[in-house]
Design a protein around this ligand. Structure first.
Ligand code: ATP
Ligand code: MG
Length: 404
């Protein structure tokens, strides 16, 4: 048993000791059987949310009305969810209310795909009522039960199917594929936030090429923000080598850059991305546009900062299909390390010093002067020493609009 499960075993034990059933379920079991890195560990139990809260000292109520409590154990969070049946799906979305049940099998039955519908106990015994193991071997994604019904219950599952194609390098089984063709339009009913989570995972999957092709073949891009009639752009995107990309910011930048929306901001807003992420993407695109295929100059490196510069360089390697990624990154890091200063705070003078040197009353000119000094230091026009800067400032003749 892998370490993450070993760490979580005491939670199962505690639930058992209190007379409840409890199992590892979902993605962690799937990834364990596939020998993949295990992400979050989810636990399903016959204990009700209030009972879970009574048993464990540290819990967070993240959705007790849906049966989910986070148990903090050894400083790690575990989602512990009461066995439940979902009924009364309305408007092709997740149901608003759930019914607690006592059967593990029924809890597994409401899950989306056979490979996600297995449970495992602390002795590694597998509870596999829907042949998930066999589908893992066959490398197929198949809904639990009738695909059309499961997709009309919750249309997001169709996008989840394609994101698992990307993450696991699996194929969609024919009935699941056909049902997506028939019901893909129901994705229009699903909240942007839920779609964004799945699309983000899809972009980061190793089999993103097939997944992007599938999205277009199945025509579901029409129901994703800003991707209507962007099939050519999506196909182009699928041809790039994402393997150099590391961060969320980079994946979303590549997507946005190649989709070429009329308004970058409106496109990113359409996905309801966090403001910080939107800004990071916009900054990266500004640098990509400014640099084109040219090398960075010192001012550009300084303005970007090393983290952003490296990230932009990784994106340029992908976009320009340059071969020597690591070498380029190393060069950027070396050049950044050699800059005379890395930020304004490292200047040998402050605003106060500048006022004293120039002997003028404080005013907005101080900030103009500081940024001129900053540029001059970064571009090696003046050494970052108090006296050198003083001399240089005086030669400016107190005229900071002049190009000193
Ligand atoms: P990942 O490793 O990427 O987190 P995961 O399989 O754990 O993948 P989650 O979105 O974390 O995916 O969901 C946890 C489990 O909950 C799934 O494995 C599946 O059993 C179930 N599940 C999640 N979303 C749905 C849904 N829309 N319909 C039915 N079951 C779902
Ligand atoms: Mg998960």
């Amino acid at each position: 048993m892998d370490t993450p499960f070993l760490k979580a075993k005491p939670i199962l034990k505690k639930l058992h000791d209190n007379g409840y059933e409890a199992f590892f379920v979902g993605g962690a079991v799937r990834d364990y059987l596939l020998n993949r890195d295990i992400g979050d560990i989810d636990i399903a139990t016959s204990a009700k949310p209030d009972e879970i809260q009574q048993i464990f000292n540290h819990t967070i109520d993240v959705g007790a009305e849906h049966g989910t409590i986070i148990v903090l154990f050894d400083n790690l969070p575990y989602e512990v969810t009461t066995y439940r049946a979902e009924s009364g799906y309305e408007d092709f979305r997740r149901p608003n209310s759930v019914t607690y049940i006592t059967s593990l099998e029924k809890d597994l039955k409401r899950r989306d795909f056979t490979i996600n519908a297995m449970a495992m106990d602390s002795h590694e015994t597998l509870y596999d009522y829907f042949n998930g193991r066999e589908d893992l071997k066959k490398r197929v994604i198949r809904t639990v039960g009738n695909a059309s019904e499961r997709f009309t219950e919750d249309a997001l599952r169709m996008l989840r199917a394609v994101r698992f194609v990307s993450q696991l390098n699996f194929a969609l089984c024919p009935t699941t594929l056909t049902a997506i063709k028939d019901y893909g339009y129901l994705l229009s009913k699903i909240s942007i936030e839920r779609k964004t989570i799945e699309f983000d995972k899809l972009l980061k999957g190793t089999n993103y090429q097939n997944a992007l092709h599938l999205i277009v073949d199945l025509n579901i891009h029409q129901f994703l923000p800003g991707l209507i009639e962007k099939e050519q752009e999506l196909m182009k995107l699928s041809n790039y080598d994402f393997s150099f990309l590391r961060t969320k910011e980079e994946f979303w930048t590549l997507l946005t850059y190649l989709i070429k929306p009329h308004s970058i901001e409106a496109f990113l807003r359409g996905w309801k991305l966090p403001v910080k992420l939107m800004k990071e993407v916009q900054r990266r695109i500004q640098f990509i546009d400014m640099l084109k295929d040219k090398d960075w100059d010192d001012e550009q490196l300084y303005d970007a900062g090393d983290e952003l510069a490296v990230s932009v360089e990784r994106l340029r390697v992908v976009l320009m299909e340059w071969a020597n990624c690591n070498e380029r990154i190393r060069k950027i890091q070396q050049r950044f390390a050699m800059l005379p200063i890395k930020e304004r705070g490292e200047l040998a003078v402050t605003g106060h010093d500048v006022i004293k040197i120039v002997k003028q009353n404080p005013g907005p000119w101080v900030s103009v002067a500081l940024s001129k000094i900053e540029r001059a230091v970064v571009t090696n026009k003046v050494v970052n020493e108090r006296n050198a800067i003083k001399e240089w400032l005086l030669t400016c003749n107190q005229d900071f609009d002049r190009n000193c």
